[in-house]
Write a protein that binds this ligand. Structure first.
Ligand SMILES: [Zn+2]
Length: 89
């Protein structure tokens, strides 16, 4: 498998819909039913109001980049510059 590196992520009850969306090429955001705010990465506790109920909403595809990083080290064995990351099927 050249040019592609598969990351085997562990799915949990709080992020399984996120990874399923990735496999379908859809960005699903966990959105708090109490305050309406979306957050990433998925987590078991809402970061804004600690409410328990969420709804999964597909991102519109519009937004802005607020920050980014450039990684100069290959963190996984076999990962080379330019390799794509994707969750395992
Ligand atoms: Zn909330």
């Amino acid at each position: 498998m050249q040019g592609e590196f598969v990351v085997h992520v562990g799915e949990h009850y709080f992020d399984a819909p996120f990874w399923q969306g990735c496999r379908e090429h859809r960005l699903l955001l966990p959105t708090c039913r109490a305050c309406g705010k979306a957050h990433l990465p998925p987590r078991p506790v809402r970061p804004f109001c600690f409410a328990e109920e969420i709804a999964w909403q597909e991102a519109s595809g519009h937004g802005h980049v607020s920050t980014w990083t450039k990684v100069h080290k290959a963190w996984f064995p076999g990962l080379r510059r330019g390799d794509a990351l994707r969750p395992s099927a």
